[in-house]
Design a protein around this ligand. Structure first.
Ligand code: FAD
Length: 496
């Protein structure tokens, strides 16, 4: 008999959270702290979604998305998780750029960037200050017509080098392009460009273990290997979630659902388009997925060391003469972002130096390869990355003891995101995600969406916003004579 991963679960909860990415985990934690009964469903055998890691023989632990996040994570983790989690957040030592236009090292703070723009790039101080102020002053309610390219043209006309410096890290952080609305750039850039770039000391495994302990402490019922296959409605409001728990299928009643699954999957697969009004579905259909990624994971022998002073923690490298979206996404890779992991990443373990090379990628370039072509393409990705890395880590081929690659197909496989989307959807997804509860009472989405709400901080903060909305809805429900669940249970009991 296959194991039933829902064994012992209740028949009804206040809220079912579908997916344990950072938004799902955070929403579940807040709702449980607010006294709600919460069931957290994860189709994979591990919590964390894209905030994940994997182990390989020889004691190597690779982090998939722990490359850097803004300082705001400290506050969010302290408030919505615990002081212990917040206390493990530390600043990266250094960020480097190396491309045909410039090579530099920066602390990635506003002060340092300002100085570099003035001294290295010869931009007038008033222009730099005005640009930072404009980016910082942007908010979601601003007009959304201006593109990021137009924003740059206003402040730095003809300065391809400046655009590259300001844009390359943000493109890497959330897949945004010069053609996206400037607002999505301004908000993310201002978040990063305050106090530098940060990481979680101890690794993603430690973070997720600590989060899991906190969820258990707050009473969340966590179920892995549980795939939500449908969200059922009754009289236009959320009624139950259908779950495939390997050992069988069950319907769990609830008053609200927070879906951390991809927005398009939530609307078109879990609920079904016939449940929404036509205009909304037209808007939902027009939502573009964000791009995906490839990564190459490399481990050095245990005794071999890299020098953080020389290499830094993050290196944005490119051989392309200019910064161009097509080049960043092309199968013919010219841009790689290297994360160097030193023993300081996991100080409690045996010292290890690891490297992860990441590049934005298109699912379509990988989707239809035969098994042989796919294996050969992955091998090629490993080989070309080793070639490219050699100029920064001499003799890397001789020094490396483990190499493997992931592709857009890997991301799709592990998270179920259509097309392996690494950063949810493009900008237009945010309005569609926000409008869900007006379409179906009790239906919410929280997760990477609209560029602004993507990345570790964006996803986590979106989980907070949505959890508070769910709590308000539940409060409204309970001020009525009977709640949805009570009513449903009463009806079932009446039916015997
Ligand atoms: C290669 C790469 C590098 C990145 N680097 C960084 C970085 O350095 N800094 C940064 O801030 N961000 C980074 N990101 C982005 C960041 O990891 C994500 O934006 C964030 O973790 C997404 O969180 P989320 O809440 O949207 O959910 P996701 O992580 O997308 O998780 C969704 C979860 O829902 C589950 N699920 C889906 N459907 C179902 C279903 N039907 N039933 C049950 N469960 C379901 C999935 O299995 C998954 O666990 C990176 C992403 C990638 C891919």
């Amino acid at each position: 008999m296959p194991k039933d991963f829902l064994q012992g679960a209740q028949d009804a909860y206040d809220v079912v959270v579908i997916g344990s990415g950072l938004a799902g985990l955070t929403a579940a934690n807040i709702l449980a702290r607010q006294g709600r009964s919460v069931l957290l469903l994860e189709q994979h055998y591990k919590l964390g979604g894209l905030a994940t890691w994997f182990k390989r023989p020889g004691g190597h632990i690779f982090d998939v998305s722990l490359h850097g996040f803004p300082y705001g994570m400290v506050k969010s983790c302290r408030r919505y998780w615990s002081r212990e989690i917040a206390d493990s957040i530390v600043q990266l030592d250094g960020v480097r750029f190396d491309n045909p236009m410039f090579s530099l090292r920066t602390s990635f703070t506003r002060e340092d960037f300002t100085q570099q723009l003035i001294e290295h790039f010869g931009v007038a101080e008033e222009k730099v200050v005005a640009f930072f102020d404009k980016a910082r002053g942007m908010n979601f309610y601003d007009e959304q017509q201006m593109t990021t390219r137009e924003l740059f043209d206003e402040f730095f006309p003809g300065r391809e080098d400046v655009i590259r410096l300001l844009m390359e890290p943000i493109t890497y952080a959330n897949g945004s392009t010069l053609e996206d609305p400037a607002i999505s750039y301004g908000i993310v850039f201002s978040n990063f460009m305050s106090k530098g770039v940060f990481t979680f000391q101890g690794g993603t495994d430690k973070l997720i273990q600590q989060m899991q302990a906190e969820l258990v402490h707050n009473g969340v019922d966590i179920r892995i290997n549980c795939d939500a296959t449908a969200i059922h409605l009754r009289h236009g409001q959320v009624d139950a979630v259908e779950v495939d728990a390997k050992g069988g299928t069950r319907r769990i009643r609830c008053q609200a659902v927070v879906s951390n699954a991809n927005l398009r999957q939530t609307i078109f697969e879990l609920v079904g388009e016939e449940k929404f009004d036509g205009n909304f579905i037209d808007e939902a259909r027009a939502v573009r997925l964000n791009n995906s990624s490839t990564q190459v994971y490399l481990a050095l022998a245990p005794h071999d060391h890299l020098d953080v002073k020389e290499l830094g923690d993050l290196l944005f490298s490119s051989t392309a003469p200019y910064f161009r979206t097509e080049a960043l996404l092309s199968r013919d890779i010219t841009s790689r972002t290297y994360s160097f992991y030193y023993p300081k990443t996991r100080p409690h373990r045996e010292p290890r130096c690891l490297i992860v090379s990441s590049t934005n990628a298109q699912y379509g370039d990988w989707a239809n390869l035969s098994a042989e072509e796919y294996a050969a393409s992955k091998q090629d990705l490993c080989e070309t990355t080793l070639d490219a890395l050699d100029q920064y880590v001499p003799q890397i081929r001789q020094r490396v003891v483990h190499v493997e690659a992931s592709t857009p197909r890997s991301f799709r496989h592990y998270t179920h995101h259509p097309a392996g989307a690494s950063f949810g959807t493009k900008f237009e997804g945010l309005a569609v995600s926000r409008a869900l509860p007006q379409q179906v009472t009790g239906l919410y989405h929280a997760g990477s969406v609209g560029i602004i709400m993507s990345g570790w901080l964006g996803a986590m903060n979106y989980g907070v916003i949505v959890a508070n909305e769910v709590d308000n809805q539940l409060m409204t429900n309970s001020s009525r004579s009977t709640t949805g669940v009570e009513r449903a249970v009463a009806e079932d009991m009446a039916k015997g």
